[in-house]
Design a protein around this ligand. Sequence first.
Ligand code: HPA
Length: 279
Amino acid sequence: MVQEINWLERINETAAFLKERVGKMPKTAIILGTGLGDLVNHINIEVSIPYEEIPNFPVSTVEGHSGRLIFGTLGTKYIMAMQGRFHFYEGYSMKESTFPVRVMKAVGVKTLFVSNAAGGMNPDFKIGDLMIITDHINLFPEHPLRGKNYEELGPRFPGMVDAYSPRLIEKCREIAKANDIRVVEGVYVGTQGPTFETPAEYRYFWRIGGDAVGMSTVPEVIVANHADMEVFGMSVITDIGAEGVVEEATHEEVQAAAAKAQPVMSFLMKEIINQFEEL
Ligand code: HPA
């Protein structure tokens, strides 16, 4: 077995750096996914730290991700946001890709909001739809909790029922309904990528119970649940892989569809965060 890194030490070191550098720590964090980085325009930024300056943080590489940690207010709430995340397909280990979630927990974050772009298998979905993630299927080839378990961080065998907070899902439904916004709901299948799916793979993911598929989110959500955080997730459906209709997307098309749906997702996320006293 390979010598394990002391993750606890690293997490605490990074948390201490952020507390020292930023001061006030939030209770809510947002991971801004592909093409949704624009939610940042709704944040009144107080402190912004490039990943390179944060000890132990990986540095993000992919186009469309600028890579910084933001502290500021969204509506009435003080939050932190990750602009740019660390995908497994980029070559980061599962522990590296989920490290920021560990740090969020260590500085006192209790609720995590995540967004992503995904391909839709559900035949009722349309390009540009927003999907509330109600559950996920983890098909990543590595697991973020494999290896030594630190009891300080969470249990060895964490449960994953209600991995996506029922009360936050319900709140999102209410807000969408009240504002006449179309939202769909479904199960997100997490795969490693970086290839998009073949028609047979989309069919397979639909048959095993998935509604949408993407290359992120699941690792972070697993770690957040392990750390006893509440999670809310949303996907923008940027391409369709329904049986008989594969509307394949290039990276640019995924970005464009996500950019279009983005103001609506920003609105929903902001409203949910603002409607709970404790967030
Ligand atoms: N598959 C996987 N990841 C994705 C897709 C897809 O169709 N669309 C956006 N991210």
